[in-house]
Design a protein around this ligand. Structure first.
Ligand SMILES: [Zn+2]
Length: 283
């Protein structure tokens, strides 16, 4: 366990996604930044997460209505699922990158275009994005603090990371893949570029990823290196198998890649098939 500034409250949200062999346990982090001046929430978890998030707020002696801002790092179900209930209960503003807006405001469209297993159980409903944010924008937290928006596409086209200044604390959303976990991104080259951009930011003190426990010190940069290496490893496996099996179909390719990179067979789900398809466009 690391010690990090007391204004940051990671909220670990467990959920399951259905698979042919039964429900697969997953988790995602949302982050509450609680300063005297404001409560800002980064990501909304899955449908129902509002109870856990509001519980955290009340434990701090604050009220859910004090949440003034919900920043969505991107539009995926485990980040927007609780947004509708949170918006209804608090009246908060919702900020996201323009490239994610359509899937946040039209969740039926997202389900058609990116059919994640269990989508309807994970997403409470659509919400309106009231503030569009892009690279270089700043979200004021009060007392001289701000969240600087860094556009980190790859996982999705409008994925953002947030750098809290002046403490240099990075919230990376899903931008940093986790070795040994499902590789999920829409554009491997953009993902690599985004990781390199984050790795080049000096003096990051803490890393809060949606997919991992908080990291501090040199672990921050090791985590980014590992994520970078994982994308390269998937790329290597895709190249190896497409060369060995010219004309191989996408489903078969995904099954072989999953095996090659040491993941269990059930990892070849629709989200990973989408990732492998993205790799074949590049090779
Ligand atoms: Zn995601």
């Amino acid at each position: 366990m690391i010690t990090y500034p007391g204004c940051i409250h990671p909220i670990r949200i467990p959920f399951t996604v259905p698979s042919p062999s039964g429900p697969v346990p997953r988790f995602v982090f949302s982050f509450l930044i609680a300063t005297k001046e404001s409560l800002v929430l980064i990501d909304a978890g899955v449908h129902g997460s509002e109870q856990r998030i509001f519980g955290e707020v009340r434990d701090l002696g604050r009220k859910p209505e004090e949440i003034g801002f919900l920043v969505l790092t991107h539009s995926h179900p485990d980040h927007i699922g609780g947004a509708m209930a949170i918006q209804e209960a608090t009246g908060c503003s919702i900020a996201a990158h323009p490239a994610e807006r359509k899937w946040i405001e039209d969740t039926q469209c997202q389900e058609r275009e990116r059919p994640v297993p269990g989508f309807r159980d994970l997403v409470g409903g659509p919400v309106r994005v009231s503030r569009l944010i892009g690279d270089g924008d700043s979200i004021t937290l009060g007392a001289g603090r701000a969240l600087q928006v860094i556009h980190t596409p790859g996982h999705s086209s409008g994925s953002i990371s947030l750098l809290m200044r002046p403490e240099m604390i990075l919230f990376s959303g899903d931008a940093i893949p986790v070795p040994g976990d499902l590789p999920i991104y829409d554009d491997p080259d953009a993902s690599i570029e985004s990781l390199e951009r984050l790795m080049n930011i000096e003096h990051i003190t803490y890393l809060f990823s949606s997919w991992a426990e908080p990291k501090g010190g040199e672990e921050v940069y090791f985590t980014m290196d590992d994520g970078h290496a994982w994308v390269k490893e998937v790329s290597r496996a895709v190249s190896l198998i497409t060369v060995a099996h010219p004309g191989i179909g996408l489903d078969h390719l995904t099954r072989l890649v999953v095996k090659e990179i040491g993941l269990p067979a059930e990892a070849a789900n629709p989200m990973v098939i989408r990732t492998i398809k993205a790799h074949t466009r590049k090779s």
